[in-house]
Design a protein around this ligand. Sequence first.
Ligand code: FAD
Length: 399
Amino acid sequence: MKHRIVVLGAGYAGAYAAGTLARRLSPADTEVTVVNAEPDFVQRLRLHQLAAGQEVEAPQLADVFVGTGIRLRLARVTAVDPERRVVAVADAEGGGELGYDTLLYALGSHAANRGVPGVAEHAFDVSSRPAALRLRERLDILSRRDEDGSVLVVGDGLTGIETATEIAESRPGLSVALVARGELGAPLSAGARSHLRRACDRLGITVLEHLSVEAVEATRVLCAEGAALASDATVWTAGFAVSPIAATSGLEVTENGRIVVDRTMRSVSHPNVYASGDSAYAIGDNGRPLPMSCASAGYTGMQATSAIVGRLTGRKIPNTKMEYLGNHISLGRRDGILQVVDGEAQAKPTYVGGRKAARIKAGILKMSLWTTSHPTFGLPKLKRHLAVVPDAAAERTVA
Ligand SMILES: Cc1cc2nc3c(=O)[nH]c(=O)nc-3n(C[C@H](O)[C@H](O)[C@H](O)COP(=O)(O)OP(=O)(O)OC[C@H]3O[C@@H](n4cnc5c(N)ncnc54)[C@H](O)[C@@H]3O)c2cc1C
């Protein structure tokens, strides 16, 4: 019987890992199944652009995996049972169970309301494509109105900064405000902070600092400091969380539900399970937890892949580097900040800003799309006849 590898999630971590596993392992001995909720590869790094109204390429996963032999199962993962080694999935036909010998868990993350009342009911976010499209629809309505609409972005982390600047640049008719709990862009170097402030001024963004949002209502946001801020569309970017599936499955997780893994991305509690991307709690080369990021998804996906291949083939498992080099923040389409950090994850005094940073970021976005959506390095478009096994043919239950 073939060794069954099931990869949960086809985002930056999962799509890359699945393609690489299929490329490096013999199809005679191994079968790789990918379960993903959506039919295409979502470029999460660009969801703020999608929300602002731009078109963002989304390759079909069936095309991405052409020639790899990967079985693609379009379904929502609802549970993992690591004792029985099965994954429960739900789809339009009702779902079922998938058995595995090795599991790679890469279900990513979603916006977290941090217990603030009203966020779930009234706020928008950009953490998934459906969420970004909901915001886009709202912005379309506001843009069509006669009077100016107001957009309030809560959170001045990387996602908040990128979202506020993108909306302000793409929709100059709307008034955009950015709410920061402390000083705007506090983790950045002094030079990068000034650059960010100038960019906000240029784009007409109102920066509201030292405010903690404690409730979101339909048309306003209430702050602990007593301020009530009017808003026609509140965008919540003040935190990300992972799905509760890992925690409820009995895998060892951190208190916020990320799967605890060893240096090879193997679960410390269940040796048949690996995790990568935002779902994994992995320690970087600097001894600190890797941040949720595309780069971390790449490193952890690569390391998990090498470990699975090594253990199945008896080859030595190489150590993938696990670096945290810095942050790359877009400020609309023509400006950006590239902030390098030191070994303690603190901003170095120098940064790259402006068009140069925007061009580098555009290059990174292209590269991350290409590497993820060409798991066979573009070779086998000619092997279309080996196409992905269609959903209907995928096994429903494997004992
Ligand atoms: C707007 C925005 C901008 C960002 N910008 C940057 C940036 O500039 N640089 C950077 O490094 N990081 C950035 N990030 C963070 C980065 O996108 C994530 O860290 C990265 O996507 C993590 O990769 P992943 O593979 O773990 O998860 P994802 O890319 O989110 O992939 C998870 C996959 O799992 C699927 N899935 C989830 N739950 C289920 C389920 N129950 N059943 C089936 N399928 C499921 C999803 O559909 C998705 O395909 C940004 C995030 C956002 C939201």
